[in-house]
Design a protein around this ligand. Structure first.
Ligand code: SF4
Length: 654
């Protein structure tokens, strides 16, 4: 954490850039980026999304924290992304350390190195960045010269597989949490860093909202399961709580969204319209860990869209959340924004896969002037039975009615999203996907009177995740997933009448097994991650870089010493009694409620959305001392800036 050695490395880096692909991603200076004076700040954060610039820059979490921190006096935040292997090799050769894109300072010179993990597949990229930064990979080897390495994001809800590499983790919403952490670091530095890193980490851990893995010992049973996780010093809480921002209107970030220099995955501005989801889909970790539902008001959304468009010049706005059509006032929001920006040709989009006619009304509204190309619906499961297991309350008749409306409204492409490998699933459940797609095409031809319509079936492998009712479930092996999907493919291709109108996209089951290992793994899995990194593993979220064979070879090398293997972590069903590696991280969900919901899944019993029905006692609201926050608020999408208002005729006062 020394302020010295904070010189920009740009001169050395610049010499390397002509020799790498897409050098522009490393130069910074984006519209709305910030470079604050180094010496006038006493707490400095390096924020990383551990993937390439094109994926990392649009990440809302990092963008929000970057702005929230930089707004504070005496605090600065800069961004760093994973460098591609071509630049990594040159940086190693020329001793250029991992740098921030804002001022090109070495990451090691910052007080905190904060990483946001949306997926576990970024873990090897974290190790690459630590090593390039000159920060020891193991937390226990770090000194006062190194930043505090902190993990956040959805994957941090089970940080055990990276417990050896991080100093701490924060779970839940980051906005307020980073400010609390900043305050503690500032005070500790002002006092002259008493007690070194250990004391700082202790002060953070004592709050109950920062998890410091080094302060907990994990004890194992002879069969490999965890016996217990115990704090190893007094004053450290047994359980660590998640952070929840209660009033989104108080946190209208990003106000000044970053505009990328190079091509990125999202070339648009995003406004988060609510957080949380209580639909209760049992496979969905994001829905479970972000409870309760907290809506941004319609006025707040209108202001963010207006301000963000002015600040960026983007011509497209995405209204984001886990299921955007579920905002209680989404009809008014969509109509209000479509009216307001009609003349400006601002594109509006709303990621929603809800299977109902209302969703199509919304899509129609948002594409008033635009092209009606494709709509996506997510029945998730092929049979009525499996949809009861996963609590996706959609009937096949609902779906057919909905696609009929879509095709009748001029939409020509329908994409259906499913999962394979769901608990209790059989071949028959998956083969019914083909029947469903066939009915969709038949209905589409009937409604549109045309044969020129398409339906794409897209299938992802199911990975059981921590803090969900499926956290105890056995994962389907890669071989069984592949065999099941091959049968489905043959059934679709074999359909002479409809097969040619059905597109089929699926991934093989192998990456899902590695994701499963990392999602439900414990500290022993850290040895696998390290071995993969040392063997050259990087960018595991990228098909062309991911190597299943490397992961399996490294697992075979490291896990037998602990008496466990990849199957033990993935395809093994857990019992009620088992201590799960993440039990001491409190997502607010009551473990017994999750277990009951798991039993309901096995009984094919559905549970309603508590937004509209009485509470089901999942535990979150009492724990957070809050309740579901939904409208209608009675507010309007005002103040509206009236565009192109007709000039008032003389003599009239408006
Ligand atoms: S505590 Fe009740 S109302 Fe709150 S999220 Fe859980 S089930 Fe819904």
């Amino acid at each position: 954490m020394p302020a010295e050695a904070a010189e920009s490395v740009f001169p050395q880096l610049e010499a390397l850039l002509p020799h790498v692909q897409k050098p522009i991603q490393y130069v910074g200076g984006e519209l709305n980026s910030t470079v604050k004076d180094w010496d006038s700040c006493d707490v400095r954060w390096a924020l990383m999304y551990p993937d390439a610039y094109e994926v990392g820059l649009p990440n809302q979490g990092v963008m929000i924290l970057y702005e929230v921190l930089n707004e504070q006096e005496g605090v600065l935040a800069e961004r760093t992304y994973s460098v591609w292997p071509d630049l990594e090799a040159l940086m190693r050769e020329h001793a250029v350390p991992q740098f921030t894109v804002d001022s090109h300072r070495p990451v090691k010179a910052f007080d905190v190195f904060g990483l946001s993990f949306s997926t576990e597949l970024g873990y090897t990229n974290m190790l690459a960045a630590l090593d390039l930064a000159g920060i020891p990979l193991q937390a226990k080897d770090r000194t006062l010269d190194d930043p505090i390495v902190m993990a956040g994001g959805h994957a941090a809800f089970n940080p055990e597989p990276i417990a050896d590499f991080i100093d701490c983790a924060v779970i839940g919403d980051g906005e307020q949490a980073v400010l609390e952490v900043t305050k503690i670091i500032k005070a500790w530095k002002a006092e002259g860093r008493p007690g070194g890193r250990e004391e700082l980490l202790f002060r953070l851990a004592k709050t109950g909202g920062v998890y410091v893995p080094g302060f907990y010992d994990v004890e194992y049973l002879p069969d490999g399961r965890i016996a217990r996780v115990v704090p190893n010093r007094s004053g450290v809480p047994w359980r660590v709580s998640k952070h929840t921002v209660m009033d989104l209107d108080e946190w209208p970030y990003p106000k000044q969204p970053l505009v990328p220099l190079a091509e990125t995955v999202h070339e648009r501005m995003s406004v988060e319209i609510f957080r949380g989801c209580t639909r209760g889909c049992r496979f969905c970790q994001a829905g479970m860990i972000t409870r309760p539902v907290r809506e941004r008001s319609i006025t707040g959304i209108g202001e963010m869209v207006e301000q963000g468009l002015k600040a960026t010049g983007f011509e497209e706005v995405g209204l984001l959340s886990l299921s955007s059509a579920d905002h209680s006032e989404i009809g008014d929001i969509a109509k209000g924004l479509a009216d307001r920006y009609e003349d400006d040709k601002i594109g509006l989009s709303l990621p929603s896969t809800r299977v109902d006619a209302f969703n199509i009304d919304l899509a129609n509204e948002l594409t008033r002037n635009g092209r009606r190309s494709g709509l996506t619906f997510a029945p998730e499961g092929g049979s009525e039975r499996i949809r009861k297991v996963i609590n996706k309350m959609v009937s096949e008749d609902d779906l057919i009615r909905t696609v009929a409306t879509a095709y009748g409204n001029g939409w020509r492409q329908v994409k259906l999203y499913f999962m394979c490998g769901l608990p209790t699933e059989t071949d028959e459940d998956v083969l019914q996907i083909a029947d469903m797609a066939t009915r969709v095409i038949a209905k589409g031809r009937e409604v549109s009177g045309s044969n020129d319509i398409r339906c794409t079936v897209s299938i992802g492998g199911f990975v059981p995740k921590p803090h969900t009712p499926f956290q105890w479930a056995p994962q389907l092996s890669a071989e069984e997933t592949d065999a099941r999907l091959a049968k489905l493919r043959d059934k679709i291709r074999g359909d002479k009448k409809y097969g040619r109108s059905i597109g089929f996209r699926y991934h093989d089951g192998k990456p899902g097994i590695i994701e499963g290992l990392l999602s439900r793994g414990d500290r022993r899995v850290g040895a696998v991650i390290r071995a993969v990194y040392e063997d050259g593993g990087r960018f595991d979220g990228w098909r062309e870089h991911f190597s299943y064979d490397r992961w399996m070879a490294c697992a075979d090398k490291t896990l037998p010493a602990f008496g466990v293997d990849v199957d033990w972590y993935t395809t093994r069903e857990r019992t009620y009694e088992e201590v799960l590696p993440w039990d001491h991280l409190d997502s607010g969900l009551d473990k017994d409620w999750l277990w009951e919901d798991w039993q309901d899944a096995l009984d094919e019993t559905e549970v309603e959305d508590c937004r509209w029905t009485p509470c089901f006692d999942c535990g979150v609201c009492p724990q957070m001392d809050t309740h579901i926050q939904i409208g209608p608020t009675g507010k309007k999408l005002l103040p509206l800036t009236v565009k192109n208002a007709a000039p008032a005729p003389s003599g009239h006062v408006h």
